[in-house]
Design a protein around this ligand. Structure first.
Ligand code: PRT
Ligand code: ZN
Length: 305
């Protein structure tokens, strides 16, 4: 009861997260990695941050930009596809969008694609002329058609887009694809990518109440820190000083490694570096090839620039 009262406190930050879907686990994992402790009951619509003045609202992903637009939430975690569709829908109604993308996040990757039935002779956007395209993204598809000067009919569906051609409701579709297995199972094939999508952090461009600004700043910095270390590795090795230029070339995305002389080992030094990309066995073998020994690769948990 106490937490319910507190969670409507206007001085607490609110972040909208998908309630139950593909983005839910990764969104909550991101907030946990930012240090948020919360308790979530089954079917709960809101949960109260126990160690930060931050509450999580669980909603359908399509509602997330609206909640930020209406100032119910300060922040949201949602697919770029949803953000773009909403932005174009607002533009069509001459409404200024009150949500802006702060950061791309390393999950929820997919592509919004035009897909055609097997046997459809697709030769670029011109092949869409006069066709019926089924989609749940009418504004993005409308923009794509307008950009290519194509007149086609957009058939708006709320789901199961992939079966529209078989049902005779459309000639082809525009839908999200990740592995491609849904397309294959429905005898469709990728023809064109309309949008590369992934989860994004959105926020209101309206100035946040001064009482919430400090925690907004801290949370955004932590999210940035979590995103930066995803896939990053800390690498330690010993090598001859003369091999340093070759080692710098081999270490992916590393900046200014720390070089420490090794007591009583003449020319040999210890090298410590953060690599912004994964370090593969091939790289370790090449490092060995230029004289590196005692190579250790460790995961990076947190990073504050
Ligand atoms: O109930 P709610 O409205 O919140 O959920 P939802 O059903 O609208 O969304 P959900 O959970 O399916 O997806 C949420 C977000 O995840 C999307 O807006 C995208 O940003 C992202 N995402 C990533 C995907 C996919 N990958 C994806 N593959 N969203 C949907 N799909 C669907 C696609 O529509 C198609 O039906 O998966 C099928 C294709 O997958 P493959 O692997 O067979 O190619
Ligand atoms: Zn949805």
């Amino acid at each position: 009861m106490g937490s319910e009262l507190n969670s409507t406190d206007p001085m607490r930050l609110k972040i909208a997260v998908q309630k139950n879907g593909r983005l839910t686990d990764s969104s909550l994992d991101l907030l946990s990695r930012c240090g948020l402790k919360y308790s979530r009951g089954k079917d709960q619509l809101m949960c109260y941050g126990e160690n930060m003045p931050l509450d999580v609202l669980f909603v359908r992903d399509d509602d997330i930009p609206d909640l930020v637009q209406e100032d119910v939430c300060d922040l949201g975690l949602v697919g770029l596809n949803v953000v773009q569709e909403k932005r174009l829908a607002f533009a069509a109604r001459a409404i200024a969008p009150l949500f802006e993308t702060v950061q791309l996040l390393d999950f929820g990757r997919c592509k919004l694609c035009i897909a055609v039935p097997d046997g459809f002779d697709y030769r670029g956007a011109q092949s869409l002329q006069g066709k019926r395209i089924a989609t749940t993204y009418p504004h993005i598809v409308g923009r794509f058609l307008a950009d290519h000067g194509i007149a086609a009919e957009v058939v708006v569906l709320s789901g199961s887009v992939e079966i529209a051609p078989r049902l005779g409701r459309a000639d082809l579709i525009c839908d999200l694809v990740s592995t491609g297995s849904t397309l294959a199972a429905n005898h469709l094939r990728h023809a064109e990518t309309v949008l590369d999508s992934q989860a994004v952090l959105i926020r209101t461009p309206v100035p946040i109440a001064p009482e919430k600004q400090e925690w907004t700043r801290r949370l955004l910095m932590r999210i940035d820190g979590v995103e930066q270390v995803k896939g990053s590795k800390y690498i330690m090795l010993h090598a001859p000083r003369s091999a340093l230029p070759a080692i710098a070339k081999l270490l992916p995305g590393s900046e200014a490694p720390t070089v420490i002389p090794l007591e009583g080992r003449g020319d040999r030094v210890a090298v410590h570096a953060v690599c912004r990309e994964n370090v593969f066995w091939e790289t370790l073998e090449e490092l060995k090839g230029v004289g590196a020994t005692s190579v250790l690769v460790l995961p990076v948990e947190k990073m504050l620039a």
